[in-house]
Design a protein around this ligand. Structure first.
Ligand SMILES: Nc1ncnc2c1ncn2[C@@H]1O[C@H](COP(=O)(O)OP(=O)(O)OP(=O)(O)O)[C@@H](O)[C@H]1O
Length: 611
């Protein structure tokens, strides 16, 4: 690693890695607070580098800036002499959270990841080979069939690294990879990273563990507020800070009240201009049990790939490589194939998650049973109808299908933010992602809606209607629940976590009860309430249902004296042609799905969180 003042060639890749150069990085967060202050450093291909410092000094901020996850507010990052953004697909980033679905067996989840990240047209045999290769490198071959959620913490961390290795990155970043691991597992993980680095890939980690630092080639020490206090070898760091151990460095740094002292002192020190070559070998480069020989993760072990490197790299710099991420290495998977792949994966995850599936299918059954207990039969009988009951039956059908859709969508996206964030960076489109959610969930909703209408009709809670009008009722509830699904997905995309999504539920449901025009008819609402009611998808569903079952005719001409006065109160609520309601309901669905895509695109394609 070199720091300020080093003479660097424009393009410096050896074998498969890219040289990382960071110049004068500055990061600013909301409120104008600076979390990085002019950090400059270089990481050579083949180096394993640790970023250390007390909590909150800006380690993750620096890692994110180097990886392009949160581009810096000032300064620039270059990989192999070109702008970081141009090589974004070469970057592997393993955050602290798991970036794989816990419900699937390990090998299966790696296979889905490989199909998503590798170029379109990559054959099944190549995908199998790549997955087997990564499992071998990680020492997880014998755990291939185990559900990811059942793996140990260390195995899960290796599995997350495996997802990133599938596309053979040229730069690897890991945020606290050894956090929560026992010392032995942490050492194994560091050995794995060392072996990856030995294939000339620069590997940068943040860590709080001094033992990790001793196994790295270089260490970057940050002082408070993102000041660069030191960059060099671990031995150099101990000498520079006059510390016996790496842990003592933390205490030394804390001695200065003003953290800027450290960056000024380091900039003026000879250590800041020391240039060192990437190490060829490391003393602890002993492969962990079950792992395969050096270089295999990058394909070198496979005889047929040996010697391809030079040609590949030249080709990739010309924009047509074979082994990198999808964007740089050939044609990425198109949106239709992404949608199809994600839909299959979504169904696979759902089918393996028995409890979730039972809740999704069981809750409509429970609601139907409650309706049956609540509503008497024959409320729509023309000779002796029960007008107030008919209003309630129609309202609760409308609310029920809204609720199904909302609940189906509300936790779908926020529960997998870390996975989605990584996959979008690796080339997944947000539109295919959202469409795949709809493709998995809409058939389930269609089933739930059919069950609701079918049982209510079969047990005489709805009138006997010709098939065409029953079909119209079904179209209405389908459109309404699709819109509610879109609303649920939108909220799921907009929140920060699942708790926030759950807290939103009452606020999403209340207006759809109050302003629907069933409990309090629209004509007798306050003017503001009447305006609000236009924005309630439930209102359009309720009115369409009323129109289709012929509520006006029933109340006006049926055998109940309560009908005409009720009709006078509800006015023209049920007069509108049903196709108008359908257009509006479809509009809500399109609007919510489009807004979900826009929110996700903004969240993940626009990556700067800073002010
Ligand atoms: N989006 C943000 N908005 C406001 N402040 C932020 C944001 N992201 C980071 N910070 C602040 O920037 C500083 C550095 O945060 P960072 O997460 O990089 O520290 P760290 O050294 O990685 O901490 P730790 O070791 O505890 O993980 C902290 O003071 C943090 O509160």
């Amino acid at each position: 690693m070199t720091v300020r003042g080093s003479a660097a060639p424009d393009i410096a890749t050896t074998r498969s890695g890219l040289r990382i150069e960071a110049e004068d990085l500055v990061q600013v967060v909301r409120g104008g607070h600076r979390t990085l202050r002019g950090v400059s450093l270089t990481v050579e291909p083949g180096e394993l580098v640790a970023i250390i410092g007390a909590s909150g000094v800006g380690k993750t901020t620096l890692l994110d800036a180097l990886a392009g996850i949160r581009p810096p507010a000032g300064g620039r990052v270059r990989y192999g002499g070109v702008d970081q953004a141009a090589e974004a697909s070469r970057v592997a980033y393993v955050p602290q959270d798991d970036i794989i679905h816990l419900q699937l067996p390990l090998e299966r989840t790696l296979r889905y990841a490989a199909r998503l990240r590798l170029p379109a047209g990559t054959g099944a045999a190549e995908i199998d080979r790549r997955v087997a290769e990564v499992l071998a490198v990680l020492g997880l071959t014998d755990r291939a069939g185990v559900r990811v959620g059942s793996l140990s913490g260390g195995e899960r961390k290796r599995a997350s690294i495996g997802v990133e290795l599938l596309a053979r990155p040229r730069v690897l970043f890991l945020d606290e990879p050894t956090s929560g691991l026992d010392p032995h597992t942490a050492v194994d993980l560091l050995r794995l990273l060392r072996r990856i680095a030995r294939d000339a890939v620069p590997v940068v980690v943040t860590t709080h563990n001094p033992a990790d630092v001793e196994r790295c080639d270089r260490v970057v020490v940050l002082a408070r507020d993102g000041h660069l206090a030191f960059a060099g070898t671990p031995e150099g760091a101990r000498a520079y800070f006059a510390a016996d151990t790496i842990a003592d460095i933390y205490a030394r740094i804390a001695e200065e009240a003003d953290p800027a002292v450290w960056s000024v002192r380091f900039a003026a020190s000879p250590a800041a201009t020391v240039t060192s070559a990437a190490p060829a070998t490391q003393p602890d480069a002993v492969p962990p049990p079950g792992a395969s020989p050096t270089g295999e993760w990058a394909g070198e072990h496979a005889g047929e790939h040996a010697g391809e490197r030079t040609g590949e790299r030249a080709n990739e710099h010309a924009g047509g490589g074979r082994n990198g991420g999808p964007n740089a290495a050939g044609r990425p998977l198109g949106p239709f194939r992404q949608t199809a792949l994600l839909t299959v994966r979504g169904v696979d995850i759902l089918c393996r998650n028995g409890l979730t599936l039972a809740i999704l299918l069981g809750s409509p059954v429970a609601v139907v049973l409650m309706f049956l207990m609540l509503f008497k039969a024959h409320a729509f009988a023309f000779a002796h109808p029960s007008p107030s009951a008919t209003v309630m039956v129609l309202f609760w059908i409308a609310f029920g299908v809204f609720f199904f859709g909302l609940i189906y969508g509300l936790l779908q996206i926020c529960a997998e933010f870390p996975v989605l964030r990584r996959e979008v960076r690796a080339g997944l489109g947000v539109v295919p992602y959202v469409v795949s959610k709809a493709a998995v969930l809409l058939p389930l909703l269609a089933l739930a809606d059919l069950l609701l209408l079918g049982v209510l009709r079969g047990l005489d809670r709805l009138p006997a209607l010709p098939w065409s009008r029953f079909g119209a009722l079904y179209v209405t509830v389908l459109l309404a629940s699709a819109g509610a699904l879109g609303l649920g997905l939108l909220c799921s995309a907009a929140v920060s976590d699942a708790t926030q999504a759950t807290l939103m539920l009452p606020m999403l449901c209340f207006p759809q009860v109050l302003f629907v025009g069933a409990i309090l008819p629209v004509p007798v609402m306050a003017p503001v309430g009447r305006w609000v009611s236009w924005a309630m998808s439930n209102r359009w569903c309720f009115e369409a249902l009323g129109h289709t079952v012929g509520v006006e005719h029933l109340w006006r001409d049926g055998g109940s004296p309560l009908g005409p006065p009720l009709l006078a109160t509800y006015g023209h609520t049920f007069s509108r042609p049903v196709w108008v309601d359908w257009v509006v309901l479809a509009g809500f669905a399109v609007l919510f799905f489009a807004a979900t895509c826009a929110v996700l695109a903004r969240k993940y394609n626009h990556r700067v969180r800073a002010a």
